[in-house]
Ligand binder design. Structure first.
Ligand SMILES: Nc1ncnc2c1ncn2[C@@H]1O[C@H](COP(=O)(O)OP(=O)(O)OP(=O)(O)O)[C@@H](O)[C@H]1O
Length: 234
């Protein structure tokens, strides 16, 4: 069943179009990647899905409802959780206080338990009282993901989770996302330019070039490193 679909979406900044006629969909329970080089429009796509940019043309449908003109706040309450690029945490608040900031975003979240979230990221429980500013890049990324999970989203939007994270932790975060998808049933849409993350995480992947979706890879096509790399190589 389709959870999210974009149909002929065009959007940009000021008068410059960035995304052109973008069509894609994500089924409930899937992990879908969008890959592309620097500057192709991946972050613009995420901002458009979460409602920080309003499409100039086209429609965005979520769980059967047209959300094209809804605010980011309305989309969060409808069940979308967004983790922006750059592990945006509050450095002077503790790990636990950062997690508390994720409460009450989603109306369905009242009974979310921290211990469940700590089960996915035990390192955050160990560091619960530590200031977030003292965490490593990878731990901050985990905290940003965990904070989004506090609101129990149906759809997680993840912008370049590998950026600034050391390779061994990148692998762990990819594996953690699969576990979260398996155990919580959370649908995940992520954008990336890290080949390993795309192969490890995605059930299916779209390729983006100059603001357009130009290909879709699934199944054994995701084992073809050369095919993936052709959309990532500089
Ligand atoms: N606020 C903005 N105002 C004007 N142009 C912007 C703005 N943000 C991004 N752009 C331009 O839009 C294009 C796409 O940027 P975007 O950040 O979506 O790409 P990206 O694929 O996420 O890149 P990266 O991998 O470097 O994060 C780029 O040419 C960028 O310069």
């Amino acid at each position: 069943m389709t959870l999210l679909s974009l149909s002929s979406v065009t959007v940009g900044y000021e008068s410059t179009p960035i995304l052109r006629d973008v069509d894609f969909s994500v089924d409930r329970g899937e992990i879908v990647g969008v890959m592309g080089k620097n500057g192709v429009g991946k972050t613009t796509l995420m901002k458009t899905v979460i409602g920080l940019l309003e499409p100039w043309q086209g429609t965005i449908t979520y769980d059967g409802t047209d959300l094209t003109t809804s605010s980011a706040d309305q989309r969060a309450r409808a069940g979308m959780g967004y983790i922006p690029q750059g592990r945006d945490v509050f450095p002077d608040l503790s790990v636990e206080q950062n997690l508390e900031m994720g409460e009450h975003v989603n109306a369905g979240s009242d009974d979310y338990r921290y211990d469940e979230i700590y089960d996915f990221f035990p390192v955050l429980e160990e560091r619960a009282s530590q200031d977030a500013g003292t965490l490593s890049g990878g731990e901050r990324q985990m905290l940003a993901i965990a904070r989004a999970l506090v609101s129990n989203p149906d759809l997680l939007l993840l912008d370049e989770p590998s950026e600034g994270v050391q390779p061994s932790i990148v692998d762990q975060i990819s594996a953690d996302m699969r576990t979260i998808n398996d155990e919580l049933g959370t649908t995940i849409l992520f954008v990336e330019q890290n080949l390993g993350v795309i192969r490890e995480m995605a059930d299916r992947c779209y390729a983006m070039e100059r603001g357009e979706i130009v290909d879709e890879l699934e199944g054994t096509q995701l084992d073809d490193e050369d095919a993936i790399a052709s959309y990532l190589a500089v």
